[in-house]
Design a binder for this molecule. Structure first.
Ligand code: ATP
Length: 339
């Protein structure tokens, strides 16, 4: 049986008139990486700060590694929560070397030197121990911040928008490195992001927050294929919405008959991801290409049906559609139906 490392039970936090976090329930098992995903102002950072102990909840309870750290009249201070923090700007001590940064929070005992060596190796920093932070690349600074957070063997590490300071070219690589390091350390982690690609590619589980509330928490694949509502669908990827008439496991829409992920009946709205659509050049087609975004590995073709419905279709590298082309669209599904 896996062990629950974090449990938030009915946690709420208000700042004056703003309900930053509302009745939040969330659990996370040992060794898992959770992304808190949501638009600006939805309460992600407040949730992280509540976990770290920088804020006190107005109601509800927070448990970390089997111990109540907040709620029920209790407030364990941040330094006693077994929580490691990685801040957006890394917050490295500029006047301390890599090794001194990592050593900072460690007790001065016989195990200190070994632990520093271990963490340096884990974070791929061996050989850089005497460098100063300004002598490191952004990705290396990120790894030092991570190594410093991991050094005291926390029950969980919390990362606030950890990749926002890296340029796009570096981000994907550092992301993969960070995941490897966290996994190798066997640590549980929660990171905050407003970037869906980051959440889906890095996390084992993604918790979507909207307006202070947790709307859906699921593994990335499930979140992408079965978003609970329109807002989540749009937040985690490109989404097409079409009115339809459902009958059991199928729905009839402008694109024809589409299989559904779940049984439904009556008038619904269906959601189809762009990669579930196919385009066929046809002068007698029912849609017009309005635009094309080329991403190298794939492309997104924007379309308008003669009825006015706007859609997006994701295609591989090859086919070249241009604005004005007439096409026929088919949908393979399965689609998600919203009542
Ligand atoms: P971002 O991605 O922009 O950082 P977020 O999802 O992390 O946003 P929070 O920072 O948690 O959102 O803020 C949630 C809401 O609470 C916002 O409306 C914000 O203005 C408000 N808020 C957060 N901290 C405070 C504070 N200390 N005092 C007053 N209001 C606050």
């Amino acid at each position: 049986m896996s062990e629950t490392i974090v449990r938030l039970s009915g946690v709420s936090k208000r700042f004056g008139p703003v309900e930053a976090v509302r009745n939040l329930h969330l659990t996370l098992q040992k060794g898992r990486i959770l992304a808190l995903l949501g638009p600006s102002g939805c309460g992600k950072t407040t949730t992280l700060r509540l976990l770290a102990g920088f804020e006190r909840p107005d109601s509800g309870e927070i448990e970390i590694a089997g111990r109540t750290v907040a709620g029920g009249g209790r407030h364990v201070p941040p330094e006693h929560r077994r929580v490691g923090m990685v801040f957006q700007d890394y917050a490295l001590f500029p006047h301390l070397s890599v090794q001194q940064n990592i050593a900072y929070g460690l007790p001065r005992d016989g195990k200190r030197a070994d632990r520093i060596r271990e963490v340096l190796a884990l974070a791929g920093l061996t050989g850089l121990e005497d460098r100063m932070p300004h002598e490191l690349s952004g990705g290396q600074q990120q790894r030092v911040a991570l190594a410093r957070a991991l050094a005291p063997e926390p029950a969980i590490i919390l990362l606030d928008e950890p990749f926002s300071n890296l340029d796009a070219a570096l981000r994907a690589r550092v992301r993969a490195e960070v995941r490897e390091i966290i996994t190798a350390a066997g640590t549980t982690a929660i990171f905050v992001t407003h970037d869906r690609e980051e959440a889906l590619s890095l996390a084992d589980e993604v918790a979507v927050m909207l307006d202070g509330e947790l709307v859906q928490s699921a593994p990335p694949e499930e979140l992408y294929t079965r978003p609970v509502n329109r807002e989540v669908a749009t937040l985690v990827g490109e989404a097409n919405f079409l009115p339809a008439e459902a009958r059991g496991g199928h729905a009839r829409c402008e694109l024809g008959e589409v299989p559904l992920l779940q049984d439904a009946r009556g008038p619904v709205e269906i959601m189809l991801r762009p990669e579930l659509l196919r385009l066929h050049p046809s002068e007698n087609g029912s849609a017009t290409v309005t635009g094309r975004e080329f991403y190298g590995h794939d492309q997104l073709v924007r379309l308008r049906l003669d009825s006015g419905t706007v859609l997006a279709c994701r295609l591989g590298f090859g086919p070249r559609f241009k604005p004005g082309d007439r096409v026929e669209i088919s949908a393979s599904g399965p689609a998600v139906a919203y009542g």
